[in-house]
Design a protein around this ligand. Structure first.
Ligand SMILES: Cc1cc2nc3c(=O)[nH]c(=O)nc-3n(C[C@H](O)[C@H](O)[C@H](O)COP(=O)(O)O)c2cc1C
Length: 352
């Protein structure tokens, strides 16, 4: 398979040579088509993509901004693509936020993202300290190695479909009044015949947030299939995540973020992540905001579950709606069609 490199030119005054060097190494010997300008972002459906983004110290790249506008305006632009990102900055800030913004835009334009799709080069490359030590190389060597590994993964990855996939649903809402739960109930109806569905509610008091144990202690508990705190995470969530082919996160917008219980659950997945990777498990989300900010919450899911915890992000991974009063979500114009479309999309992604 060949790679399509989306590589917006850096702004004047920022040469982006470090990223050029990394790409030269990662793409050596591969068949590569390169897109440098927003108007060239056409006819890419079904391709394997690498977005290589030189940011400079302001976190801004004007040609990339034009690309972002196109991705957001044309939802089918990257239909059937799968990809990853390399984001290179001149300072210590903005690489992560630019990456999560780009990841969501790629995804909503139809591009799936492999688990751990981001290679990030901060100005100092200090973010490669641990990897460099593990590989017995310097920071630049670790950066190059990560970019090559990501390129291999993007080129070769195929999500495994199943006859009857297991879908794990995590939520922390009240069944009676929640718009998010209302939408899920309808999506569930579309899945029941072909998937085994397991729902776990993480309400107040059922789980403690990660206690931030030292790495070796987390590893020790993780290897035994548990975590320092035990409880619902150890008894119910870890076994259910191990068994699942896909997670569906139900995400009401609480203060422009995931709810505390869901965040605590994701933090506590760290112990499981210490001993296993989730590349072959997909993550979907239903995001409902009362007024605005659905993209902020969706980006949080991308950052935490796909970029950090290594879950596969299927194209158009989230149903994102705005509704506040009880019952309002199910009365939104066109909602029935979108719910049916989302159920079908989950089935198409997971089922043979
Ligand atoms: C603690 C709390 C914080 C909230 N913060 C926001 C917010 O920042 N922005 C917003 O648009 N809606 C906010 N909402 C409204 C919910 O997103 C809204 O009720 C939506 O329908 C999803 O919640 P539900 O599934 O519980 O109905 C908040 C609701 C609660 C309870």
């Amino acid at each position: 398979m060949s790679i399509t490199l989306i590589h917006p030119a850096p702004d004047a005054g920022w040469a982006g040579q470090r990223l050029d060097g990394v790409l030269k190494c990662a793409l050596a010997g591969r068949e590569v088509r390169t897109v440098r300008r927003a108007q060239e972002l056409s006819g890419l459906e079904g391709q394997r993509l690498l977005l290589a983004l030189p940011l400079g110290d302001t976190g801004v790249n004007l040609e990339y901004m034009r690309m972002l506008a196109r991705l957001r305006k044309e939802p089918g632009l990257l239909r059937g693509c799968a990809g990853g990102l390399i984001v290179d900055g001149a300072g210590e800030l903005y690489t992560k936020s630019a990456a999560s913004e780009a990841a969501l835009a790629l995804n909503l334009a139809g591009c799936a993202l492999v688990g751990r799709p981001l290679v990030e080069g901060t100005g100092s490359l200090a973010n490669f300290a641990v990897q460099a030590q593990n590989l017995n190389t310097d920071l630049m060597g670790a950066y190059r190695a990560a970019a090559s590994e990501l390129t291999d993964q993007v080129e070769g990855f195929a999500f495994p479909k199943k006859e009857r996939p297991q879908v794990l649903v995590l939520h922390a809402s009240s069944h009676h009044t929640s718009n998010t739960m209302d939408l899920w109930a309808r999506v569930r109806e579309g899945l029941e015949e072909r998937c085994a569905i397991h729902e776990i509610g993480l309400r107040n008091g059922t789980l403690s947030d990660c206690s931030g144990c030292p790495y070796t202690m987390c590893l020790h508990f993780g290897e035994k299939g548990g975590c320092f705190y035990g409880g619902v995470m150890q008894d119910e969530v870890y076994p259910a995540v191990r068994a699942a082919d896909a997670l569906v996160l139900l995400c009401p917008n609480y203060n422009d973020a995931l709810s505390a219980n869901l965040t605590a659950c994701i933090n506590r997945l760290t112990a499981l992540f210490r001993q296993t990777r989730f590349y072959d498990k997909a993550v979907f989300a239903i995001v409902v905001s009362g007024y605005s900010g659905g993209d902020t919450v969706a980006r949080q899911v991308v950052s935490a579950m796909n970029m950090n915890k290594s879950f596969y992000l299927p194209q158009n991974f989230a149903l994102i709606e705005t509704a506040n009063n009880p019952g309002q979500a199910l009365a939104l114009p066109g909602i029935q069609e979108r719910l049916e479309g989302f159920s079908k999309h989950i089935l198409d992604t997971l089922c043979l």
